[in-house]
Design a protein around this ligand. Structure first.
Ligand code: PMP
Ligand code: GLN
Length: 378
């Protein structure tokens, strides 16, 4: 058998969550909350089931939910997306990203990604016979160098995948980054997948620079989003993709034969829940407090860090503690110190090891305090 993905193994999120469970460690590895989502949202799902929304949703998704998403994007970013032709509800952002790539990428093409890169990008690109071209971002700030980006463009380059706020670094693109991206994308006639799953989790007064704010970029972009990240229910696997009509038309050609449609009662519930913008606008403060609470224990420890600018992840530099490889260090931390984290080298070009681990701070204060004290003792 010839594998289509010879270099792909098991995702680090599965490996570390399994290891956490095996050794009874506090799991700050895979990114999910250890608190429940709003009971009001669960009640809305129950209501939708009891009201009989238990058969297939329309292929592109529930109409009311698509309308709410359209209104939300307009209110936040002043870009119009037609719910009829430009918005599709997906089984999480992962499926949205996969489907966008599947729909438009041809064998032999190149797709630029920023490393450390979320781990589904490269296998998805490769599965469709294309090549991922990583641009390595570097600590401490992980800011992109747009000259370097332009330098790797060839006649085969077809797409750039961006992700701001960025997992795992917590870096956030500013206006200048988007302007540079816009210039490059127009000049070289590229498409964009903008993975915006952490759009509402952004700190210290920063403003999320959605590609939707930039009409020239929006015209060439698939934006992917995740309700699981926004509403604390990653297990529900609901998200969406928006793109201009002709691109969304191609997207739906794949979507209809990949999943056809996704969980109907949850879509009905989300359509109602989204009517209150506080449900997502309050997230930034909520997670900023968690970040600050967690970091307050690590000040004065041997870990060094730049406070995360967005996402619910924090990078910690452990080079003052040990010179071990990050994969070795995270395994030891899990087994011997009772805290599971993620080694970041697995997301880097050629697995470069910057001696940085990623922790997820989407946890109850008691969990954060317990884990942070264990880490601070090192
Ligand atoms: N992109 C990034 C950057 C992520 O961190 C995640 C994990 N939530 C996803 C995409 C996938 O999101 P979902 O769980 O909705 O598939
Ligand atoms: N997005 C989550 C993270 O970065 C993981 C999702 C998954 O396990 N695939 O930790």
């Amino acid at each position: 058998m010839t594998s289509k993905l010879p270099n792909t193994g098991t995702t680090i999120f599965t490996i570390m969550s399994k290891m956490a469970a095996k050794y009874g460690a506090i799991n700050l590895s895979q990114g999910f909350p250890d608190f429940d989502c709003d009971p009001a949202l669960i009640a809305l799902v129950t209501d939708a089931m009891e009201a009989g929304h238990n058969q297939y949703a329309p292929m592109p998704g529930d109409w009311d939910l698509r309308s709410m998403i359209s209104n939300k994007i307009y209110a936040l970013y002043e870009q119009n997306y037609d719910p009829e032709t430009e918005i599709t509800i997906t089984a999480g952002a992962t499926q949205a990203i996969f489907t966008a790539v599947a729909a438009v990428i041809h064998p032999g093409e190149e797709v630029i990604v920023f490393a450390p890169a979320y781990d589904c990008y490269e296998p998805t690109i490769e599965l469709f016979g294309a090549k991922s071209i990583p641009i390595q971002l570097e600590p401490p700030l992980y800011s992109p160098d747009w000259v370097e980006v332009e330098a790797v463009i060839t006649p085969k380059t077809r797409m750039i995948i961006i992700n701001s706020p960025h997992n795992p670094s917590g870096m956030v693109f500013g206006q200048d980054d988007l302007k540079q991206l816009e210039r490059i994308v127009l000049k070289h006639d590229l498409l964009v997948v903008s993975d915006e799953v952490y759009e509402h989790i952004i700190f210290d007064g920063r403003v999320h620079q959605s590609v939707a704010r930039y009409p020239n970029l929006a015209a060439r972009s698939f934006i992917t989003a995740s309700f699981g990240k926004t509403f604390h229910n990653t297990g529900w696997k609901l998200g969406y993709c928006v793109a201009p009509g002709p691109w969304m038309n191609e997207f739906r050609k794949v979507h209809q034969y990949n999943v056809f449609s996704v969980n109907h009662p949850i879509q009905r519930a989300l359509a109602i829940y989204l009517q209150d913008p506080e449900h997502y606008l309050g997230l930034a403060k909520f997670f900023e407090q968690k970040r600050d609470f967690f970091l307050s224990f690590l000040k004065g420890s041997r870990f060094q860090f730049e406070p995360s600018q967005g996402t619910y992840f924090q990078l910690l530099d452990y080079s003052a503690i040990t010179n071990e490889a990050d994969t070795v260090f995270t395994e030891r931390l899990t087994k011997e110190n009772g805290v599971a984290t993620i080694p970041t080298s697995v997301f880097n070009k050629d697995h470069r090891d910057f001696k940085q681990i990623r922790v997820c701070f989407a946890k109850k204060e008691e969990t954060l305090a317990k884990a942070a004290k264990l880490l601070a003792n090192l």
